[in-house]
Design a protein around this ligand. Sequence first.
Ligand SMILES: *Cc1c(COP(=O)(O)O)cnc(C)c1O
Length: 221
Amino acid sequence: MATTSLSQLLEELHAHGAKLVAVSKTHGEEAIMGLYRQGQRAFGENWVQELVEKQPKLPADIEWHFIGHLQTNKVKYIASFVHMIHSVDSLKLLQEIDKQAAKHNRVIPCLLECRIAQEETKFGLTLADAGAILSDPALAQLKHVQIAGVMGMASFTEDTAQVKKEFEQLKAMFDTLKQSFFAQDDRFCEISMGMSGDYRIALEVGTTLVRIGSLLFGPRE
Ligand SMILES: *Cc1c(COP(=O)(O)O)cnc(C)c1O
């Protein structure tokens, strides 16, 4: 896949009102600074250890998005600085994020990772699972997390009709949850969907945050 320029990509995203998370996993400080100097501030990482190593070496105004599967025992390493966690898939994880965020006097925006792909290996909540978390009285106790929307990954397939169907499913889940739980709350506003190979389909369907790595940075090792 050929890489594209940041400005060209941003122009395309902005035409659809979507924001960019530049997924920098496996890429070094030099590559990240290349985009930073062009004005990019939101970067995404998948692994706690890699993020914790990079973060102190890079400018403090970078907004770090955690997009990988997050184990509860690792939350403490990123709670002091992480800007948003895209991959929340349990109430237990939310409770741990709340506990660690409280230690730093922070409120961490979190997205509910929803399962839309056919693939068995992908993580994520069903609509019923998400509804159960949002209606659990224990959630109301959490003052240091804020549910800001949903995230999903489509199947890895050439079948664009299938990918579109999955993104539409995530959009429908967002709309249902918004109506049921956040009708009066503008902070529930993000649909994180679309990667290098499928972001144009996500733009058509109404993504607000795309997570793009290889299209900007080139292939990963
Ligand atoms: C790696 C990754 C991306 C970016 O993938 P590209 O195909 O390189 O754009 C987006 N989202 C998640 C969750 C990822 O793990």
